[in-house]
Design a protein around this ligand. Structure first.
Ligand code: HEC
Length: 121
């Protein structure tokens, strides 16, 4: 009974910070490093169009980070950062992006879990 309750309470797949770190560092998969500096990546591979993500876990809560990934235009209507969540109403979308978000929800959760661990500048 207690075990069944625990199993029901567990998310289908827990967010994995290590997987998030790998995704973040993969410029083809997530694009993040085109615009952001992250810990540990070679300097010439890091963009500076967006803020340095070191220490972001100290500046923002997990839900603020998630919201930023899903809909960056909420923080800045003119943002150049792509929305990683599902989007409605887009009309000129490359075929490979049609009807699907840039990253699946589980990948976004992995990235949020990793960024939340970045507390040091
Ligand atoms: C095309 C450039 C671009 C890409 C790609 C991009 N971002 Fe951003 N991001 C920005 C800019 C610019 C800002 C500053 C706020 C704004 O103008 O939207 C920002 C802000 C943020 C912030 C808030 C940071 C702070 O300290 O205020 C987070 C967190 C973030 N981005 C995470 C990500 C992650 C994670 C990815 C990849 C999944 C990503 N971004 C991809 C450009 C980008």
């Amino acid at each position: 009974m207690a075990l069944a309750a625990l199993l029901l309470a567990a998310p289908a797949e827990a967010a994995d910070a290590a997987r998030g770190q790998a995704l973040l560092a993969n410029r083809q998969a997530s694009l993040c490093v085109l615009c952001h500096a992250i810990p540990g990546a070679a300097a010439h591979l890091q963009g500076d169009l967006g803020p340095d993500l070191r220490g972001v876990g100290g500046r923002m809560t997990s839900s603020e980070i998630r919201q930023r990934l899903l809909d960056p235009a909420q923080a800045n209507p003119d943002t150049i950062m792509p929305a990683y969540g599902p989007r409605d109403g887009l009309i000129r979308v490359g075929r490979q992006w049609q009807d699907r978000p840039i990253l699946p929800e589980a990948a976004i959760e992995d990235i949020v879990a990793y960024l939340a661990t970045l507390k040091d500048e």
